[in-house]
Design a protein around this ligand. Sequence first.
Ligand code: KIV
Length: 301
Amino acid sequence: MSPSPTPTTAAHPAAPGSPYGTLPPASPLPQRRPVSLPRLAQMRASGEKITMLTAYDATLAAVADAAGVECLLVGDSLGMVCQGLPSTVGVTLETMRHHTESVARGLHRVQGTAWLIADLPFGSYHESPEQALRSATVLMQAGAHMVKLEGGGWTAPTVRFLVERGIPVCAHLGLTPQTVHALGGYRVQGRGEAAADTLRRHALELQDAGAAMMVLEMVPAALSATLTQALAQCATIGIGAGRGTAGQVLVMYDMLGVNLGKNPRFVRNFMQDAGSVRGAIEAYVRAVKDGSFPDDALHAW
Ligand code: KIV
């Protein structure tokens, strides 16, 4: 018999003001209010930069939460970082469920408040909106607050379908690693007028469909800054997209310098001057908030 999902063990911070039941919490209430969609929208509106890092396991998720990161992304980059795969294409929904549950449990253990986003992996949403709903349900029941999916154009109806059914969605445009083979490699996207126009059109369609957040990966800084201005209802989160976005995301291993090769241009190693992993993540949060990271001259195109 295949193991059934264990939603009750994947508990994560409840939304504030639950209307059902009066059982007291098993442990003290969190000191900070859980990050929510309204809070993220308010940060976007007020110009406070949103911080996001990837997290794949309970302990680092708890440390990142304690360091003040608002959003944790269980990215399918875990296929390359944790599983040693050559790309994200081989990551399965079951693997994403497993890591999402681990991260949610880590947050729960420390009364964490981070907003938890999980990637829908390659092939888990491509067939139909109904397939996407089934896949998103697995990740939401594992503890995610929001799912992320890659691509523009054809994904807009799927985003609308999920949002109408109460599942917050983060879109992902620019370099979309699940389509690396079609793109011909990991390259900057949206260069040139025609490509920029397409990206702009897709971004507006995704906002119209209800995407509350949008990762912009390896997009020229000037384009992502104008997109950010154009998207009043959707918070852009950049990675290699310059400082003009509403927030920033990095792969945690990369910003901690846990790797053997050369980091991509858009990464800064925050561990170099920090005495601890928590210190490095706190430095990342400070640098994103005060606008010193990223530096467009060093980390963008
Ligand atoms: O999978 C991932 O970690 C991502 C980020 C790099 C944005 O999509």
